[in-house]
Write a protein that binds this ligand. Structure first.
Ligand SMILES: *[C@@H]1O[C@H](CO)[C@@H](O)[C@H](O)[C@H]1NC(C)=O
Ligand SMILES: *[C@@H]1O[C@H](CO)[C@@H](O)[C@H](O)[C@H]1NC(C)=O
Ligand SMILES: *[C@@H]1O[C@H](CO)[C@@H](O)[C@H](O)[C@H]1NC(C)=O
Ligand SMILES: [Cu+2]
Length: 356
């Protein structure tokens, strides 16, 4: 029942049954001011001849997610039943890419992670099960001083629901799949509760880099018991380990800004051969200019927690710091004497010390 979440804190207090068809997907990516459409899950899967885009294609995923028990399936690679993008975008190593998500629900705290995998001759035809991903960016817990903390995807929401990343300048020219992913941790305190939202794009990286970092298969990226996957974010965390392999040398986590759009890009098709990295004749406009807005300032957020006492509907008693409610929770809803069942969001209620 991942589709339940509050659109605002007040709405959550008033009703925990508000249905919002949200979560998200990437609507477009912006490279040096040139915007490339993403895969529109609401219309393209229903077309006989959908537009060629630089994003990997899926059926209507309903903005849904992959679960930890699917980490060893091919679906974790680029989302459910994903097939190769039929075009790619050209980007120079060292350039930035802004990925525009549809509005992300603010209850879905978690990391923002980006990988590249070399495709060899063509990302349009590569077998996704052979792709070896290396991590170029990973932002997890930004500030753990409050519970449930400020996370990478909270920064993304502040940044107009977009994420800015940089293709490391060291990367050797060639064709690469960019795998960008949000992992929502609001239910991750329970086994199989994390939610992975991967999205893939085809890039041709140009430049004079020479790094060809080693990577791991998509099906080897995560394990359901990784410390950053099976984790209760409603208790104070001093550290958080971003899931997946470690960042490559030369990875740069850039300051979050948005990209003004100055042109619409046409995906390059036909993969001009040998992977030498030279832009093909049908590349998007040359002499691109990137305009970044000033740094987004932190928006005022509602209080992270406001205790709400639930009405016990189960005679069993939960111990301190145990879960005591939330959407689809069927365990005890009463807390031990010294604790009060507190609602953090629709998904998770926890027994916390009374008076805290
Ligand atoms: C996509 O799937 C969701 C849920 O499965 C559905 O509500 C929505 O109508 C679908 N979109 C289209 C265009 O059919
Ligand atoms: C994905 O593919 C499988 C096997 O072909 C199919 O059963 C399933 O319905 C597909 N999922 C979606 C969301 O289309
Ligand atoms: C914010 O996102 C919306 C929706 O994608 C987009 O239309 C708008 O141009 C973006 N604003 C900025 C400053 O990037
Ligand atoms: Cu959700």
């Amino acid at each position: 029942m991942h589709s339940l979440h509050h659109t605002s804190f007040l709405a959550a207090v008033l009703s925990i049954t508000t249905q919002v068809a949200a979560h998200g997907h990437i609507s477009n990516i912006v490279i040096n001011g040139v915007s490339f459409d993403g895969w529109d899950i609401g219309s393209y899967p229903y077309m006989e001849d959908p537009p060629v885009v630089v994003a990997w294609e899926t059926p209507n995923t309903s903005n849904g997610f992959m679960s930890p028990n699917e980490y060893t399936t091919d679906d974790i690679i680029c989302h459910r039943n994903a097939t190769n993008a039929r075009g790619h975008a050209v980007v120079a190593a060292g350039d930035k890419i802004n990925l525009q998500w549809t509005p992300w629900p603010d209850s879905h705290h978690g990391p923002v992670i980006s990988y590249l995998a070399n495709c060899g001759a063509s990302c349009e035809t590569v077998d996704k099960t052979t792709l070896e991903f290396f991590k170029i960016d990973g932002v997890g817990l930004v500030d753990g001083s409050s519970v449930p903390g400020i996370w990478g995807d909270d920064r993304l929401i502040e940044n107009n629901n977009s994420w800015m990343l940089e293709i490391p300048s060291s990367i050797a020219p060639g064709f690469y799949v960019l795998r960008h992913e949000l992992i929502a941790l609001h239910s991750a305190g329970s086994e199989n509760g994390a939610q992975n939202y991967p999205q893939c794009f085809n890039l041709q990286v140009t430049g004079s880099g020479s790094a060809k970092p080693a990577g791991v298969l998509g099906t080897d990226l995560y394990s359901p018991t990784d410390p950053g996957i099976l984790v209760n974010i409603y208790q104070s965390l001093s550290t958080y380990v971003v899931p997946g392999p470690t960042l490559i040398q030369g990875a740069v986590s850039v300051q979050q800004t948005t990209s003004a759009i100055t042109a619409t890009g046409t995906p390059v098709t036909g993969s001009g051969g040998g992977g030498d990295g030279s832009p093909s004749p049908t590349s998007p406009p040359t002499s691109p200019t990137i305009t970044t807005t000033s740094t987004i300032t932190t928006t005022t957020k509602p209080p992270a927690t406001t205790p709400t006492t639930t009405t016990p509907s189960n005679t069993a008693v939960q111990s301190l710091y145990g879960q005591c409610g939330g959407n689809s929770w069927s365990g005890p809803t009463a807390c031990a004497a010294e604790a009060t069942c507190t609602s953090y969001n629709d998904y998770y209620y926890q027994c916390v010390p009374t008076g805290v």
